[in-house]
Ligand binder design. Structure first.
Ligand SMILES: N[C@@H](CCC(=O)N[C@@H](CS)C(=O)NCC(=O)O)C(=O)O
Length: 203
């Protein structure tokens, strides 16, 4: 299988963490794609141009980090990192949607900062910075949920990869005034899968 990524993509990082956690690196070739580039050869592989993108051994391509994550997690017949089911299913999905909502805003913020200086929109940056501030406030409360404890799962990895964008967004200072979020993040940040997938600082 081939997994197309960019080193800075938080969505790709969620999948890369899983590959690391499952010890699947031998079966998944990780390839850096050239995204957001006119005429990129990557568009012939994935016409949407987005990462992560998994090309399976049967040749089929899969988009969307959560889908790729669940697909890879179940390949060995022992899925271990999916969301809880049963009575906890809707609460887990609610929390994951909150984490994705924050992540989506941070990704827009990051995209704005990699544009040439004269093409950046200060209004978009301010809008996303304010959204991120509100969402980290939400997470300082939600982090006490029992679903944010226990065995590592896709929800936890999504939130951790969103918070990990502090390495690329100089203005994303979520640690200030969020002691509970800091305490939650610490053990995940110490995992080899998180360290091994750290994004490079932005240019
Ligand atoms: N919902 C998608 C989002 C993927 C996404 O937006 N990836 C960004 C990188 S962070 C991308 O590929 N951008 C390239 C582009 O917009 O052309 C997922 O969860 O995989």
């Amino acid at each position: 299988m081939k997994l197309y990524i960019t080193p800075g993509s938080p969505y790709a990082r969620i999948v890369r963490m899983l590959v690391h956690e499952k010890g699947m690196a031998g079966g998944v070739e990780v390839i850096v794609a050239q995204t957001r580039l006119a005429g990129s050869p990557y568009y012939r592989i994935n016409p949407s141009g987005r990462v992560p993108y998994l090309v399976r051994d049967d040749g089929a391509g899969m988009e969307e980090s959560a889908l790729i994550f669940d697909y890879l997690d179940q390949l060995d017949g022992a899925p271990a990192f999916g969301l809880p089911g049963g009575a906890q299913a809707w609460e887990a999905r609610r929390l994951e949607a909150l984490a994705r909502s924050m992540l989506d805003g941070l990704a827009v913020w990051g995209r704005e900062l990699v544009r040439p200086q004269n093409e950046r929109s200060p209004a978009v940056v301010a809008h996303e910075a304010a959204r991120a501030g509100r969402m980290t406030g939400v997470w300082e409360r939600e982090i006490d949920s029992p679903l944010m404890r226990g065995a590592l799962n896709r929800l936890h990895m999504t939130l951790a990869c969103a918070l990990g964008l502090e390495a690329r967004l100089a203005g994303f200072r979520w640690r200030t005034d969020h002691p509970r979020l800091c305490a939650w993040h610490e053990p995940i940040a110490a995992r080899p899968s998180f360290a091994a997938t750290a994004p490079p600082p932005s240019a």
